[in-house]
Design a protein around this ligand. Structure first.
Ligand SMILES: CC(=O)SCCNC(=O)CCNC(=O)[C@H](O)C(C)(C)COP(=O)(O)OP(=O)(O)OC[C@H]1O[C@@H](n2cnc3c(N)ncnc32)[C@H](O)[C@@H]1OP(=O)(O)O
Ligand SMILES: CC(=O)C(=O)O
Ligand SMILES: [Mg+2]
Length: 349
């Protein structure tokens, strides 16, 4: 392990110093664009103003014979739009470390549009060694191409080994932005018996004890609760962000919303949107409820220095509820700064 004194040193001569703190950004949805699809790519300039992050996907879902077209398409879409002007993040998901495409992905993208790129999403991260490799390579490429803003790294948690090493991944580098749950690959890696991209399964349930002849109640359970909890703890302990990943059934908006909301309540900052219909769902879910914001604002107001105990509507508030209230109020302010409609509803000073 690196000595603490060296943790924040650039890994190549001429590379920018890593951020000490993550830039504060609203990232309710990471919107996936297939860059080899000319029709969807043509929509990116218009899309950029409506989502928090646009991600050009080069990995799974891009056919092997389209990998080069996707890479070129990503460079073209990055050059064609001023993402920073609308406060929209520009990310790419590169191919896996063991694939034949990753070197060309990184060499081309950092050379051509490295200064516009905020985050590189790395799939199938198994342990901190994968992050160390990408960290070093990005530093060398940043130095070679005169990139002055450090490119951050976001890991997908989608293998059993990755979950076993989740804490070490989260603390592997100051370049870490956060992590997303990858439920499809993770299901395969774990030997789960599903064919879905995220969400529940009708057979994963608990059943009540028998009570005479009455029908036994049963309820579907959340397959992802354990992993999301581990991911959130690992991320928050290291000052980085946790995200729910994709929800593959575009026809079931209710289930998508429920999965996103569970992740939001458990501490996630956002989720992936794979289809335009999921953008509105993410906007609805990853912004705090106006009634919660109003109550949180009252707690903050009632305890100006965040200490002591007061009663509000019959409920005890103290330093710990003040901190919870701050999480909600701070997020509401971030949302309000970007969304005039919610700013009007939140009415925060
Ligand atoms: C497990 C994982 O790794 S998940 C991550 C990998 N997967 C992805 O990145 C998939 C991203 N999404 C997509 O590529 C597409 O949504 C597809 C191919 C799955 C489905 O696309 P379509 O069959 O065109 O869907 P559909 O007909 O419902 O689309 C409706 C409209 O939205 C557009 N659209 C679809 N997806 C997107 C998108 N991600 N971004 C912007 N526009 C989109 C379509 O072009 C279509 O436009 P039109 O009405 O002008 O024809
Ligand atoms: C998100 C992703 O890559 C997966 O679920 O496999
Ligand atoms: Mg995957």
């Amino acid at each position: 392990m690196k000595l603490p004194r060296r943790f924040f040193q650039p890994l190549a001569t001429g590379a920018p110093a890593p951020f000490r703190e993550l830039p504060v950004r609203l990232e309710r949805m990471i919107h996936f664009v297939p860059p080899h699809n000319d029709k969807v790519r043509a929509r990116v300039p218009e899309l950029a103003g409506t989502v928090d992050v646009v991600l050009g996907n080069l990995e799974d879902a891009v056919p092997a014979d389209q990998k080069e077209a996707a890479r070129k398409g990503f460079v073209a879409m990055a050059q064609a739009t001023d993402f920073a002007a609308t406060g929209t993040g520009l990310w790419t998901r590169i191919n896996a470390l063991n694939s034949p495409w990753i070197l060309d992905d990184l060499f081309t993208i950092v050379a051509e549009v490295g200064s516009k790129l905020d985050v590189v999403m790395v799939p199938k991260v198994e342990g901190p060694w994968d992050i160390h490799y990408i960290d070093q390579l990005l530093a060398q490429l940043e130095a070679r191409h005169g990139v002055t803003k450090p490119i951050l790294v976001h890991a997908i948690l989608e293998t059993a080994e990755g979950v076993a090493n989740v804490d070490a991944i989260a603390s592997a580098s100051p370049r870490m932005h956060g992590m997303s749950l990858g439920p499809a690959d993770l299901a395969a890696s774990r030997g789960m018996k599903t064919t879905r991209v995220g969400g529940g399964h009708p057979d994963y349930r608990v059943i009540a004890d028998p009570a005479g002849d009455a029908p036994r109640a049963s309820a579907q359970q959340d397959l992802w609760h354990y992993t999301i909890a581990r991911m959130v703890d690992a991320c928050m302990a290291n000052g980085i962000k946790a995200f729910y990943g994709p929800f593959g059934d575009f026809s079931d908006g209710d289930a998508c919303e429920a999965q996103f909301r569970n992740a939001f309540l458990m501490g996630c900052a956002g989720a992936w949107t794979l289809h335009p219909s999921q953008v509105a769902i993410a906007k609805r879910v990853f912004a705090p409820d106006p009634a919660e914001v109003a109550f949180a604002a009252r707690i903050v107001e009632a305890m100006p220095d965040g200490t002591g105990a007061v009663m509000l509507d019959g409920k005890m508030q103290d330093d710990a509820t003040w901190k919870q209230a701050k999480v909600i109020v701070d997020l509401a302010k971030l949302v309000a700064a970007k969304d005039p409609e919610l700013a009007a509803v939140y009415k925060l000073g």
